[in-house]
Design a protein around this ligand. Structure first.
Ligand code: AQP
Length: 336
């Protein structure tokens, strides 16, 4: 294999809406750190559009969001010389292997997935079979590339555990074909919460967009959203369990500035919420402005983005086609 000895890292984000501060702090920023840490890794970042359609997406919007997400990966610092970026649906091996995993996965395993319970509760009658089967597609994404590590937020660990169960079951039934991946969870990585309801996570699909800072939000919108952010009773700017709103803002401040929370608490000990919020809005604009400038530059050069995604797809297909051929051979599928 080309990258013998290199550890493979795979992750992705759904183009199901606007990328937000949670995706940046909880995912992309960590990918960039990993990318810069060492060259002994092969990093693969996918725009997981097949996952996005587990919930209805308008075709015109989806088309645009796919390019937006890919361009934002680059604008946030993913370097195509060091990492691969591709669009999931451009490699049909993902859905091919997902079907095989659907057939291999007992309903009971899927029934245990808490994310399905949460998301289907919101979708009600329109909940799709695809949303239920989502973890089988995620298992295919990961296992196609002999992934060693999957950097994810805590909400995704159950899916990676299921991926290992599916891989182990396949290996038991048909022989060793899949490597069992591990999750990388940065314990210090925060779960960024909605600015309007600090008990729910910041989410693309949140109906109340005042609670969500999008990476491409205009300067004034950022300032307005921070100003409107709910706060807790009392006036102290401290990180405490019974102060979820101000704690969330402190975590965001800390993640964007690289400073420890207690040093921020100390700085604002005698200051007001308004002072703190003004400074946080300014910090956010300082961090997001260069990302937005870079994003605009990338979108103006469609040829460059196309080339990055073509190269990513070629890399992905080359690797996954070998895996799928082995799987077909192992299972007796077709005339291979
Ligand atoms: N609020 C968050 N805080 C920290 N990390 C987050 N992630 C998402 N939201 C937060 C991390 O981003 C990665 C990609 O997530 P995704 O877009 O594939 O799926 P999601 O977690 O379902 O994201 P959303 O925004 O909530 O999308 P919708 O509303 O479409 O369901 C993951 O690593 C995730 O942990």
């Amino acid at each position: 294999m080309e990258n013998k000895g290199k550890k493979i890292i795979f992750s992705g984000i759904q183009p199901s809406g606007n990328l937000h501060l949670g995706n940046y702090i909880g995912a992309i920023n960590q990918w960039v750190v990993m990318q810069e840490e060492s060259s002994e890794k092969e990093l693969i970042f996918c725009v997981v559009d097949l996952h996005a359609i587990t919930v209805y997406q308008s075709s015109a919007v989806l088309k645009e969001k796919i390019l937006e997400v890919a361009a934002l990966y680059l604008a946030c610092g993913i370097d195509p010389k060091k990492s691969k970026i591709f669009v999931q649906s451009e490699n049909p091996d993902h859905s091919y292997l997902a079907w095989i995993f659907d057939c291999l996965t007992p309903m009971g395993w899927m029934n245990r997935m808490t994310q399905f319970k949460d998301k289907s509760a919101k979708q009600k009658e329109s909940t799709s079979v695809g949303l239920f089967n989502y973890p089988a597609l995620m298992a295919a994404d990961i296992l196609l590339y002999d992934t060693d590590y999957v950097p994810v937020g805590e909400d995704q660990t159950q899916h990676v555990e299921l991926t290992c169960d599916i891989a182990a079951r396949f290996n038991r039934l048909y022989g060793e074909n899949f490597k069992l991946p591990k999750t990388i969870i940065d314990r210090k990585a925060a779960r960024i919460m909605s600015l309007q309801n600090p008990l729910t996570k910041m989410s693309k699909s949140d109906e109340n967009q005042d609670g969500v800072i999008n990476l491409l939000d205009a300067k004034d919108d950022i300032a307005k959203k921070i100003k409107k952010a709910v706060t807790d009773s009392g006036r102290e700017i401290v990180y405490e369990q019974d102060k979820p709103a101000i704690s969330n803002l402190l975590v965001i401040y800390s993640k964007l500035s690289g400073r420890e929370i207690n040093s921020i608490e100390e700085e604002y000990r005698l200051k007001s919420y308004a002072d703190f919020k003004n400074d946080l809005a300014e910090l956010m604009v300082d961090v997001l402005s260069p990302v937005q400038d870079k994003y605009r530059e990338i979108r103006q050069d469609a040829g460059y983005l196309g080339k990055v995604l073509d190269e990513g797809r070629e890399f992905a297909v080359k690797k996954s086609s070998v895996k799928v051929a082995n799987v077909r051979r192992a299972m007796g599928l077709g005339r291979i």
